[in-house]
Design a protein around this ligand. Structure first.
Ligand code: FAD
Length: 274
């Protein structure tokens, strides 16, 4: 029986562990996280949006993964009765420069195979979103919202049911090879594996340095995103997810209005150096 270790209990680490268990049912998989709960970083603190591949370069790995990812995620949510809602997104151009970018996004989305993308007429937009002003707007009906904490909780339950282990409050800080095995350790214990996967999110570059002793191939510059929760009386101001057209000089999607699966509504995120 192969023993496989996954460092990082965010959504990527948990999904990786599940895929390994499905592909190699006789393996024994361990997931380690340095926090006392799963999803304490990005995965449990994001906008909760199910993206469907509108933004990415057609043919790129990101585009393929986004398109297949939303299908796999909604299937997973349906199978495990996890709250989600394909409520649709509207991307809004507010000036003529954004209008050009929006045309380009629509083209990308079409090439990526997104279904029923359509530019809204003024009256369509007004019916759907009476409080939104736009020069041009694009409806992306396949996008939605989900409770990612519940997704992670469910993944962890399945991993344990399939004989996997989730080890929390354990920061992996060393790694060495010994006779074809990989030994990883925190400050107290060590574990021996046939293979390890590092899914450490924004700590990936630091972990790479700690675990391999080599200079990381890239440096992560982390940003924190802050959100504001809408007051009850403001919640009726929008119905779909409302996104701006992203400014291509920044690696962000822009401040958006989001419905949350628990009925709350929020606006954000900004981006501050973390
Ligand atoms: C503000 C914001 C909003 C976003 N909104 C969305 C959205 O709406 N929809 C969407 O699909 N995506 C969204 N994203 C992106 C998405 O959240 C991330 O792509 C995803 O959560 C990355 O998951 P991860 O598992 O790689 O990282 P993380 O969730 O950061 O998990 C990494 C884990 O590794 C652990 N770890 C690190 N080092 C060690 C170590 N040495 N030992 C043990 N454990 C370790 C950490 O504790 C952490 O739990 C958003 C991101 C941000 C920042």
């Amino acid at each position: 029986m192969k023993k496989i270790g996954v460092i990082g209990g965010g959504i990527i680490g948990l999904a990786t562990a599940l895929k390994i268990q499905n592909k190699f049912p006789h393996s024994k998989v361990f997931v380690f996280d340095k926090e006392s709960k799963l999803g304490e970083h990005q995965s449990g603190r994001n906008s909760g949006v199910l993206h469907c591949g509108l933004y990415y370069e057609p043919g790129s790995l990101k585009a393929k993964l986004a398109v297949s990812g939303i299908q796999q995620m909604t299937k997973f949510c349906n199978e495990h009765k996890i709250s989600h809602d394909i409520c649709g997104k509207i991307v809004v151009a507010s000036n003529f420069i954004e209008e050009k970018y929006l045309d380009n996004l629509a083209l990308r989305g079409k090439k990526n195979g997104l279904k029923n993308l359509k530019f809204l007429t003024n009256s369509d937009l007004n019916t759907r979103e009476p409080n939104v002003n736009a020069i041009k707007s694009l409806l992306v009906p396949e996008e939605g919202i989900v409770d990612y904490k519940m997704v992670m909780h469910t993944m962890a339950k399945i991993i344990k049911k399939k004989n996997g282990e989730i080890i929390l409050s354990t920061k992996i800080n060393k790694c060495r090879n010994l006779n074809n095995k990989v030994i990883i350790s925190d400050s107290k214990n060590e574990w021996e594996f046939d293979l390890i996967f590092s899914c450490a999110g924004l700590y990936s570059d630091r972990n790479y340095k700690n675990l391999t002793g080599e200079k990381p191939l890239l440096k992560i510059i982390p940003f924190r995103g802050e959100y504001l929760m809408l007051k009850p009386e403001a919640k009726k101001l929008f119905n779909h997810l409302i996104y701006p057209v992203p400014d291509p000089i920044y690696p962000f999607l822009g401040v958006h209005f989001t419905r949350l699966i628990n009925g709350e509504k929020e606006v954000g995120p900004n981006a501050v150096f973390a």
